[in-house]
Design a protein around this ligand. Sequence first.
Ligand SMILES: Cc1cc2nc3c(=O)[nH]c(=O)nc-3n(C[C@H](O)[C@H](O)[C@H](O)COP(=O)(O)O)c2cc1C
Length: 216
Amino acid sequence: MPWIVGVSGASGTPYAAAVLRALLAGGESVDLVVSRASRLTLLDETGISFRDAHWRDDLREWLGRGADGKPDTFGAPDVDRVRYWGAGDLAAGPSSGSYPAKGMLIVPASTACVAGVALGLSKDLLQRAASVTLKERRTLVVAVRETPLNGQTLRHLVALDDAGASVVPASPAFYAGATHIQDLVDFVAGRVLDAAGVAHGLYRRWDGELGGTRAT
Ligand SMILES: Cc1cc2nc3c(=O)[nH]c(=O)nc-3n(C[C@H](O)[C@H](O)[C@H](O)COP(=O)(O)O)c2cc1C
């Protein structure tokens, strides 16, 4: 069964790329939904114009890039286990609860997406798939990216938590020995996968040793 990955229009397309690479490297299948607004963030953050008609080429190009936007950092990943659905395709598989899926990861999640899912708007396939994931009591991970957060968004996030979603703010930590931007990206991507129970080796876990040596 696949994981559904929804990419919405918040800053943070490198987080999505890191999650997608890790899922595929781990042998998982992915159903991918890319919101219309996220094409703007992807263009801004990578220079890639994501096209429905050429999604395989554009996805390969995107996943080959690291957080610095440089091409070929990760080579050309195998996207054979990705099934792509257009954001406006409300008849797509993930729009129904009878479509088999392990759950859904929204990474990054915009505040508009958070609101839409919290209120059950289903304004596009990404939001509909998230609502379906909740109603089917499957794992939903929402990697919200915005700062500061207003009360409205905070209330929507509480509603998502109450509905059973895991809210994983895209906020990198610095205890895992980060030396590059990609390390910070991989930490957030790793925490998203932790929330979904997916094994990965994206970051160094805390082992109780401050700076490598425990103070006595
Ligand atoms: C370059 C760029 C960066 C953006 N960054 C964020 C962000 O970090 N968080 C956020 O909530 N919205 C951000 N937005 C606004 C969203 O794209 C906008 O609210 C959009 O309607 C989200 O739609 P979607 O949830 O369907 O993808 C950004 C927009 C642009 C163009």
